[in-house]
Design a protein around this ligand. Structure first.
Ligand code: ZN
Ligand code: ZN
Ligand code: FE
Length: 748
């Protein structure tokens, strides 16, 4: 019998064709396999039992990193011919194939790099079909060497033999390379002068780090800034030069054993650290961790990862101690990924540049994961995860979404799938806005997206809103917090009705005020804003975001106790602020839960000014330790308003220890979610927004909901923060473009 098989999904760049080839030979089948823009196509012919066994095996045990979305088999007439062939890729047809994320080095490759007898001994660009760069070096679909930045490297005879040998681990490995034919390492000084090459470059770079200097390293998806994590002076110097006073730095440790000495590592964290995604994992510092406070001031956790390329592994082998490996940029700018650009942008920041000549075609940051309520939650979704899509559970029109203003991502839909881009970053700076446009254009081009409609945030001044008209003629604005709720629903394939709780720092509301503590009922068609926090003013507007004391003033003023905030300001500031509040000048109304966290942190004396987003909320979370068994005062919910005033009165009382007050605040807010849920009586409660990056709030809210018979839903694949907004905009636009799509398709 002869069959034609069409396999779609993330099936390219995972060794699918060699896998099929070996399987076909095992069962003595003839035919061929080809990578097409639609995925992998196979024709296979042989005895009926053999063909069936082949298909069963292929379906039940595909190659390890493949994500199969569709598997179609059709019987066709038999043909003459013998042998099974791997055909060159077919560039025709509608691109439906997926791109794979960059994957951490596999064990076999790392073993070769450390084996003196191997021809790839100490070669930093060793990869195989199971590991190495993908998304960061791909120009187009299908995934084949001529469409990657490896195209400039012509394989030597030895590599060519591996590439052609179906029995080899590197059979059709598009990134195949060796010291004779592949990318090379160079060490540059800040003027771009070559100080050393290959082995000498690596050793000199390690020596510099050992001596407290700052190294810019071109890695997989961009540059890292590296220094000795044990050296407080080096860490301080890096903070100064990078203009990043307090935001935590990520650490890279030589191996899992080293991580265990620094942090508390449970089995879930260990397998995540060693996974092909190899993200930064936020872990509690171990007692006797010994690393300087400067790495993450006031923070009981460290963001830590393991080496994920042979280059990182070789550097760590040389050093044998943990290093700071923070993204190569200045404060809030996007990450550098080109060595010549890095010389300029990181001038005065890095002492040395360890670079290579394999071009990075798109920047991909390290992903960040935190365990919340016992499950890993992505706080930043990039390397290892993007651009894999997720199944929204219903057919969607082809749409494009430009995302939020902070932690920007873009997204598009095709079939039932939503593809969310890698973390692009904040659009505050010109560089940030430019990298958003570049990433959007790239995403649309690579996947050949023809959106029937482009979705953007309701905020007229977001960089992502202003960029939207260039991608399509029909535009739809989606309110920020509704997008949050829809994104989380889509991940869980929920169709409603749900109670949607969206809490974050700020989003443009439909009444022109700043929303951020919102409760919606969504019935599958329409949103109703059924609740919100009691509004208060933000004196100074944007400035209040960086100054929790201003949020506190707004809260106290709304409660008629403004004077209590006076000691937090200078006389001159106070005069201006009082006028601003009395006349309502530059003091917008808000319902933001994030700003309530700020106000509480300021009231408890934890933080009156901040240098990075979320700093005050983190300080409040870390301060919270439950001491006595007394609940917080319940927050009244009347007329759609959750009133925080009794809570702030309780927090202002003298006598209670700080750690107890901080806990009370979290418990009260968690209780407010359950309170509103009980009033509305909907079983499914969706929690989204940056506030749910707070592990204590999320755990307390989820527990309290479960105990009261509700079902809480939190993000699984997307971050709870604004990285999820683009996916939610897709869903919101789908509702507008095809009204009622949410329920009708669910029922069909
Ligand atoms: Zn490998
Ligand atoms: Zn070679
Ligand atoms: Fe948000």
């Amino acid at each position: 019998m002869r069959v034609r098989v069409k396999i779609t999904g993330a099936v390219q760049g995972v060794g699918f064709r060699p896998f099929v080839y070996r399987l076909a030979n095992e069962w003595n089948l003839s035919g061929w396999v080809i990578n097409s823009s639609q995925g992998v196509r196979i024709e296979a012919q042989g005895a009926e039992a053999d063909v069936e066994a082949f298909l069963r095996r292929l379906q039940e045990h595909p190659p390890p990193h493949a994500v199969v979305a569709g598997f179609e088999v059709a019987g066709i007439p038999e043909q003459d011919g013998s042998g099974f062939r791997v055909l060159a890729s077919d560039p025709e047809g509608e691109p439906a194939a997926f791109l794979l994320p960059d994957l951490a080095s596999c064990r076999e490759c790392l073993a070769e790099v450390r084996d003196p007898a191997n021809r790839r001994y100490r070669y930093p660009f060793t990869t195989c079909t199971n590991c190495g760069p993908r998304y960061s070096i791909v120009e187009g679909i299908p995934y084949d060497r001529p469409l990657t930045s490896m195209r400039r490297f012509v394989m030597c005879p030895a590599c060519e033999r591996e590439y052609r040998d179906p029995a080899d681990r590197r059979f059709h490995a598009q990134t195949n390379a060796c010291p004779a034919c592949g990318p090379r390492l160079e060490l540059w000084d800040p003027a771009g002068q070559v100080l050393g090459q290959e082995e000498a470059a690596l050793r000199a770079a390690a020596e510099a780090v050992r001596h407290g200097r700052i190294l810019a390293l071109k890695g997989l998806g961009g540059f890292h800034l590296i220094c000795d994590a044990r050296n407080a002076a080096a860490v301080r110097l890096l903070r100064e030069r990078k203009r990043r006073p307090a935001k935590p730095f990520a650490i890279m440790a030589p191996d899992l054993e080293a991580v265990r000495k620094l942090c508390v590592v449970n089995s879930g964290a260990a397998s995540l650290l060693e996974s092909p995604q190899a993200p930064i994992v936020l872990l509690e510092r171990a007692p006797g961790c010994g690393l300087p406070e400067e790495l993450a001031p006031g923070n009981p956790m460290l963001g830590i990862m393991l080496p994920y390329t042979p280059l990182h592994a070789l550097l760590m082998d040389e050093l044998g101690f943990p290093i700071v490996a923070t993204s190569g940029n200045l404060s809030d700018d996007p990450i550098c990924f080109d060595e010549h650009e890095a010389l300029q942008r990181l001038h005065g920041v890095a002492d040395l540049f360890l670079v290579h000549d394999r071009p990075i075609l798109r920047p991909v940051d390290d992903s960040v994961v935190r365990f919340i309520d016992g499950r890993p939650v992505l706080l930043r979704r990039a390397r290892g995860y993007a651009p894999l899509p997720f199944d929204a559970g219903r057919k969607l029109p082809e749409l494009f979404a430009t995302g939020a203003h902070m932690k920007n991502t873009v997204a598009f839909s095709r079939g039932r799938l939503i593809f969310v881009s890698q973390h692009i970053g904040d659009l505050e700076t010109a560089a940030g806005a430019a990298s958003h446009e570049r990433a959007a254009r790239d995403f649309l081009r690579v996947y050949d997206v023809q959106p029937v409609c482009v979705a953007h945030d309701l905020h007229p001044d977001y960089g992502s809103t202003r960029s939207a008209p260039q991608w399509g003629r029909r535009l739809v604005a989606i309110q920020h917090h509704k997008a949050h709720v829809l994104a989380c629903m889509a991940e869980h394939q929920l169709s409603g009705p749900v109670l949607g709780v969206a809490w974050d720092g700020a989003g443009y509301g439909e009444d022109g005020t700043v929303w951020g503590g919102e409760f919606f009922v969504f019935d599958g068609r329409r949103f109703e804003r059924v609740g919100r926090f009691r509004p208060f003013r933000l004196p100074g507007g944007e400035q209040a975001v960086r100054e929790p004391r201003r949020a506190l003033l707004g809260v106290l003023a709304a409660a008629g106790r403004a004077d209590e905030a006076e000691p937090l300001f200078t006389k001159a500031e106070w005069k201006v602020l009082r006028v601003a509040l009395d006349r309502g000048l530059n003091a917008p109304w808000t319902t933001s839960a994030g700003r309530l966290f700020d106000a509480a942190a300021a009231l408890l004396g934890l933080c009156t000014k901040t240098s990075f987003e979320g700093e005050a909320a983190m300080a409040l979370e870390f301060a919270a330790r439950r001491e006595i068994e007394a609940g917080p005062v319940p927050l009244p919910f009347d007329n759609g308003i959750v009133d925080w005033a009794p809570l702030f009165s309780q927090l202002a009382e003298p006598g209670l220890p700080l750690r107890h007050k901080a806990w009370l605040f979290h418990a009260a807010l968690a209780g407010a979610v359950t309170g509103v849920a009980q009033t509305l009586g909907l079983r499914a409660v969706v929690l989204s927004g940056g506030c749910f990056q707070n592990a204590l709030l999320t755990r307390l809210a989820a527990q309290s909901l479960r105990e009261s018979g509700f079902e809480p839903y939190t993000h699984r694949m997307l971050p709870p923060n604004d990285g999820a907004v683009a996916a939610g905009q897709i869903c919101g636009a789908a509702l507008e473009v095809e009204s009622c799509v949410w329920q009708s398709l669910d029922e069909s």
